[in-house]
Design a protein around this ligand. Structure first.
Ligand SMILES: Nc1ncnc2c1ncn2[C@@H]1O[C@H](COP(=O)(O)OP(=O)(O)OP(=O)(O)O)[C@@H](O)[C@H]1O
Ligand SMILES: [Mg+2]
Length: 253
């Protein structure tokens, strides 16, 4: 599915009639099957950006459309993995993963739970409740829950931040494998330059105050990518140079 973002703006209302302009005039086309990395500093507006694409927040102005139809709320074809794990505390791991599929009576999807539990390293924890697992495990449950429904668009908000390096590296590759098989459209938010280069076929670099698109990088490298390769180093240098430009630009008040 193609996501078209046209002059997207978002301001939050603050107390005493004030408002905070977070996103300004963002225009971007995310093509069907893209794996787009949204890269920006902490607090620049990445989660706001993703929540607007999910239809969880209203736009202040502009438009976001999927295959030509404007988004006016959440939809099961668009799955989001939040920055913090969000599980239903009264359901065990297995039931959390299959909750949405059961609601939508997607019996074939439910059958695939064994494979996802294995990939996410959750074998043996199927009947355990969220209060009894670590934050990293809870996030892996959230990822399995998002993947089991075979979404056409997968939105990911720094999903690996709470994971250790071993789990993160493993899941980055697993997610790319899933994407290559299922060819969904992915929009992945990160503040980690290496993660962006490892995973995306495009990187959208955001600047802040208010958040805007600074540059888009096309990453023409095969998977799995070698973090020690000269090509990897080149693209990292290009991004860092651009990043330095952003940091050198004084903020507008
Ligand atoms: N509901 C809200 N009301 C008011 N201001 C908000 C709200 N949500 C976010 N903000 C502000 O909008 C700005 C962008 O926040 P956002 O969470 O989108 O950034 P982010 O890039 O995801 O940050 P991080 O990397 O730390 O997750 C911040 O200044 C934040 O304080
Ligand atoms: Mg965020």
């Amino acid at each position: 599915m193609t996501i078209t973002i046209e002059k997207m703006c978002k301001s939050y209302q603050l107390p005493a009639g004030k408002s905070l302009k977070v996103l300004e005039d963002i225009s971007l086309t995310i093509n069907d099957g893209d794996f787009v990395m949204i890269l920006g500093e902490s607090g620049c507006g990445k989660s706001t950006f993703l929540n607007l694409l999910a239809g969880l927040l209203p736009l202040t102005s502009g438009d976001v459309s999927v295959n030509g139809g404007s988004i006016d709320g959440p939809h099961p074809s668009r799955s989001i993995i939040f920055q913090q794990p969000s599980l239903l505390p009264w359901l065990n791991v297995e039931d959390n993963i299959t909750f949405g599929c059961k609601l939508r009576k997607e019996h074939n999807n439910i059958k695939q739970i064994g494979q996802l539990i294995r990939i996410m390293g959750l074998s043996g924890f199927e009947k355990v409740y969220p209060s009894e697992i670590s934050v990293g495990m809870a996030q892996r449950v959230c990822i399995a829950r998002a993947l089991i429904g075979h979404p056409e668009i997968l939105l990911l908000d720094e999903p690996f931040t709470s994971l250790d390096t071993f789990n993160r590296t493993h899941l980055q590759q697993e997610l790319i494998d899933f994407w290559q098989i299922e060819s969904f459209t992915a929009v992945f938010v990160t503040h980690d330059i290496d993660e962006a280069i490892l995973m995306g076929n495009r990187i959208v670099l955001l600047g802040e105050r208010p958040c805007h698109v600074v540059e888009i990088f096309d990453i023409d490298m095969n998977y799995p990518r070698d973090i020690a390769s000269p090509q990897f180093f080149d693209i990292r240098t290009k991004i860092l140079r651009k990043f330095k430009d952003i940091l050198l630009t004084p903020p507008e008040f």
